[in-house]
Design a protein around this ligand. Sequence first.
Ligand SMILES: CC(C)(COP(=O)(O)OP(=O)(O)OC[C@H]1O[C@@H](n2cnc3c(N)ncnc32)[C@H](O)[C@@H]1OP(=O)(O)O)[C@@H](O)C(=O)NCCC(=O)NCCS
Length: 188
Amino acid sequence: MAWTYFKRYRMEIELAEELPEPVFPPRYLFLPWSDALLEQHVRVKYQSFRQEIDANVFSCFTHEDGCRRLMLAIRRKPGFLPGATWLAGYQPDSEGDKLEYCGTIQGILDEETRLGAIQNVGVTPGHRGRGVGSALLLLALKGFRQAGALRAFLEVTAENEGAIHLYQHLGFAIVRTVYKVADVPAGR
Ligand SMILES: CC(C)(COP(=O)(O)OP(=O)(O)OC[C@H]1O[C@@H](n2cnc3c(N)ncnc32)[C@H](O)[C@@H]1OP(=O)(O)O)[C@@H](O)C(=O)NCCC(=O)NCCS
């Protein structure tokens, strides 16, 4: 094991301005939060993050049970906001095929500061680059806005250039650099 510092950015967006409407890619469905979907969020979170840089920063992403504990912790937070928590699913061509769950995002609202915190947006590798991540983010931002939030923020690892590009594209700006220390196993 070796202690490693990961440079991360806090990024924020004002919610006072009109937000662009989410564009839903064909054959993708976006399901609002329900407790019955917790396990689906867990599995999508695990599949989205297990091979990514954030699995080095947060060891919970390296196993499904870690993702379950994280999802339960988010669900139990006082500010958990169902309106900013969404699951994406892909509907294959043929009728009757089951939905393939492929995207997740969760939101927490601080009622006092009216600041929304985006948690772990993730899209499974086979479904990236089709607009699913953008649609999830815009749905979450809309949910925050409807609940009275003035701003929303997230944290992203500096090496995660694709995600940073996506957030900037949607109007987020870097407001602060933070460092997260993690105990990374040798060879990762
Ligand atoms: C980041 C992530 C959620 C993006 O989801 P996605 O569904 O691929 O995003 P979209 O298809 O909506 O992409 C939207 C834009 O972001 C850009 N983008 C997204 N991922 C990118 C990448 N890896 N490299 C370069 N650009 C990327 C796309 O170019 C696109 O821009 P365009 O519309 O101008 O072409 C997804 O890559 C992912 O789950 N990554 C692993 C988990 C992770 O790191 N999550 C972020 C934690 S902070």
